[in-house]
Design a protein around this ligand. Structure first.
Ligand SMILES: [Zn+2]
Length: 293
């Protein structure tokens, strides 16, 4: 079975759930109480294998052989057996051919989960032998409810921002909540953008980002949402930087609506330019030129 979805879309959580359900010996699998569930939860189940490549990166022939070796002996507990392969899309073609042999004649009671962010690298013969499950995005409200339960003491503005920013992926929202660096960076980027209303602020922003390409790419994502918030402010649309209404308002009060739209567009253009290897100072120059004098 192939579980398909981007990073943090919950593929391993789902595979883990399937594994526990398949191995459970209780009444309502996964019961969470039987010996099998407890061993699976603590990573000690002898028939649950999470296979990571022996060497960094791609899953190679040697790894496929290790997989064959696991399957050559009977399950320890005599029942089912579950194998999970994270990053299966990075499997070499040779390894896929080895895997194919296994998929053609799968040992009984064996379940193999391939976790992948894309189907492109897979051989058609492998794909044709796998059931595919695509991870679905979740409504923002659902994510927000999940975050509130998981982070009961967190600031509601932050929860709202994480839910909106995660674009449908609840685990991405959760890891954003835990990412202290992100909140610190975002705060700095929003402050720098708000100061770009002045000449001095523009110079400061240029100085800060001219040699920080990777950081600029991430900041552009945050700014795009900032201009989006400023453009829709006052309407019924919920702000994404809901916890930074002060900054949104400041832009709104100092920029005309067409200027906000121009900046929104310039932000998208800057990101596209960087993706095509434009230089950081040149991209910043063009972006800052979209601001009113
Ligand atoms: Zn159980």
């Amino acid at each position: 079975m192939i579980l398909l979805g981007p990073e943090d879309s919950g593929k391993s959580t789902l595979a883990d759930f399937f594994a526990r359900a398949l191995l459970c010996t209780g009444d309502q699998p996964p019961c969470g109480r039987c010996g099998s569930c407890v061993r699976a939860q603590t990573g000690n189940h002898p028939d649950l294998h999470v296979l990571t490549p022996a060497k960094e990166g791609a899953f190679r022939v040697a790894d496929a052989e290790a997989l064959q070796k696991i399957l050559s002996v009977r399950p320890y507990e005599g029942g089912r057996r579950v194998l999970i392969l994270p990053n299966a899309h990075r499997m070499t073609e040779e390894a896929q051919n080895k895997l194919l042999k296994i998929l053609e004649e799968p040992p009984s009671d064996t379940y193999i989960f391939l976790l992948a962010t894309t189907l492109a690298p897979f051989l058609p013969t492998v794909l044709s032998r796998c059931v595919q499950i695509k991870m679905d995005r979740m409504e923002e409200e659902g994510i927000l409810a999940y975050l509130k339960e998981r982070f009961p003491d967190a600031d509601s503005g932050r929860l709202g921002h994480a839910a909106a920013y995660a674009q449908g992926w609840p685990l991405r929202a959760a890891s954003l909540m835990e990412d202290a660096q992100y909140w610190e960076d975002r705060s700095r980027w929003l402050d720098l953008a708000a100061e770009a209303l002045t000449v001095r602020g523009k110079m400061e922003l240029f100085r800060y980002f001219q040699k920080r390409r990777d950081e600029l790419i991430r900041a552009l994502d945050v700014w795009e949402l900032l201009f989006r918030d400023a453009a829709v402010a006052g309407g019924n649309v919920k702000a994404i930087h809901a916890d930074r209404q002060d900054t949104v308002r400041r832009l709104r009060e100092n920029l005309k609506p067409d200027e906000v739209l121009r900046l929104w567009q310039a932000t998208q253009e800057a990101r596209a330019a960087l993706a095509q290897n434009a230089s950081c100072p040149m991209t910043l120059d063009a972006w800052l030129a979209a601001w009113p004098e």
